[in-house]
Design a protein around this ligand. Structure first.
Ligand code: CMC
Length: 423
């Protein structure tokens, strides 16, 4: 059987045979037969915008792998920093490589005093920490002028280390500011997650030692959120990066894309939804209101790619039990479980293949650990930075074209300007 497809332009009778490559069809080949005829694909429902060797996702089978390694194995055995190395470099590090990487990240966690004192402290007292993070990441580009040297491998690696290392510091600084607490400097004797928790929660004690089980739970959440192939924020990263902007500017764009409730803001929206539902008795009427087209969606449900249980949601559900054993059960858990039970047996959700996604249970854990709702998308942005940068690096190495889609123009035909008095 030929591994190709033949298309015929019925206006001219001309045909063209195009081979399948990696499960896709080259649009450049189509264009040879149909110059000036564009694919109409809003939201990229059927478009592969790049080739990538980073993350494999089979939405029907519920499979997620980073560089070939199943997410379940990474969540069980690995650490966030090791996963970040894997995503960025393609292979798991040796002990020596890991030690050098851990050392580099640990020693780039400090931020310039001006970023904190003059920039972050200039925000209004009730600024959303995600807005602060997006702006602060963009501002970093003005502190590292060498970041523009995106084709200098040494400079590129330096910015990657800086970004991964400084995200938790910026995130915690945004939180401390929003609650009126003094900034906590990074503690280089702590590992990545424990250091972040120290910057979040430390008060008067000389050293903050996070509960190891909670630090591990956060680590697992960071691993699960580290990459997810061409999601909205990664697409923003690749798109902005394709103009050869510096990585801080591109990461700020990616973080801005993550902010929205359809993407990284969904974990915050889930808790608001569960709080609004309030009790198990209200779950069934809420589900009915979603189905009746009230405009409400079931937050934390559905996914563009997963048409099966999101494998990350399964792992998070288990992690939730471990966290609740320490923090006490989040009272919203029962509402969430009931909501899942009702939705998964309802024809509306079954026929549309709507399952809980990564955000459905992650917010319950974050809340039980004491993070305010506004920090939830920030907690997503910290680990996703590794994925964004891996894609940015891959895109630059592919010598890709600038992202510049076409449009189908549906506006007015040419017409003459009318003076204001005559309108
Ligand atoms: N609740 C109720 N109905 C839904 C939902 C939902 N959460 N999601 C999709 N649908 C329905 C939708 O109304 C449509 O029905 P119909 O065919 O009758 O018009 C059908 O399912 C297909 O929906 P869609 O909007 O075309 O699907 P999409 O692939 O464009 O959207 C999504 C994907 C994630 C934006 C969407 O499922 C959604 O809004 N979910 C809630 C927000 C959320 O949980 N987002 C987090 C996603 S996972 C983490 C991340 O990416 O950051």
């Amino acid at each position: 059987m030929a591994e190709s497809i033949t298309i015929t332009d019925n206006r001219t009778g001309q045909s063209l045979e195009i081979p399948f490559e990696n499960g896709g069809i080259s649009a450049t080949a189509w264009s040879k037969l149909l110059p000036g005829v564009w694919f109409f694909d809003p939201g990229f429902m059927s478009t592969a915008a790049c080739e990538s060797a980073i993350t494999y996702l089979d939405g029907d089978a519920g499979i997620l792998r980073y560089r070939g390694y199943p997410i379940e194995q990474l969540a069980e055995h690995s650490t966030y920093l090791e996963v970040a190395y894997l995503l960025l470099n393609g292979e798991l590090p040796t002990a020596e490589q890991f030690e050098a990487w851990r050392h580099d990240v640990t020693h780039h966690t400090f931020i310039h005093e001006n970023v904190r004192k003059r920039f972050l402290e200039g925000f209004h007292y009730d600024a959303h920490p995600m807005g602060m993070l997006v702006s602060a990441v963009a501002a970093l580009s003005t502190f590292y002028l060498d970041a523009k040297e995106i084709f200098d491998p040494e400079s590129r690696d330096k910015q990657i280390v800086r970004l991964i290392a400084k995200m938790p510091t910026l995130a915690a600084a945004a939180h401390r500011f929003s609650v009126g607490m003094p900034f906590v400097y990074p503690d280089n004797s702590l590992d990545f997650t424990a250091n972040f928790l120290s910057m979040m929660w430390k008060t008067a004690e000389p050293r903050f030692d996070a509960n190891p089980a909670l630090a591990r739970a956060l680590e697992v959440l960071f691993i699960l959120h580290a990459d997810h192939e061409q999601n909205c924020s990664t697409t923003a990263m690749r798109t902005v990066g394709s103009s050869h902007a510096d990585p801080y500017s591109a990461t700020a764009a990616a973080a801005a894309a993550l902010y929205g409730p359809r993407h990284g803001g969904a974990n915050e929206a889930v808790i608001r939804m569960l709080t609004e539902i309030g009790s198990i008795d209200n779950v069934a009427p809420f589900v009915e209101s979603v189905k009746s087209g009230s405009g409400h969606r079931l937050q934390g449900f559905g996914h563009r790619v997963y048409k099966n249980y999101d494998p990350r949601a399964r792992i998070i559900k288990r992690a939730a039990d471990e966290v609740f054993a320490i923090t006490g059960k989040n009272p919203l858990l029962d509402v969430a479980l009931k909501l899942e039970e009702i939705a998964l047996s309802d024809e509306y959700f079954i026929s549309r293949k709507l399952y809980p996604n990564v955000d459905f249970y992650s917010g319950l854990i974050y809340q039980a650990m004491g993070f305010p709702l506004e920090m939830f998308p920030v907690l997503f942005a910290i680990p996703r930075t590794a994925g964004w940068l891996a894609h940015w690096k891959e895109m630059l190495d592919q010598d890709s074209k600038i992202s510049r889609p076409r449009q189908l123009y549906i506006g007015e035909d040419a017409r003459d300007y009318v003076e204001m008095a005559d309108r």
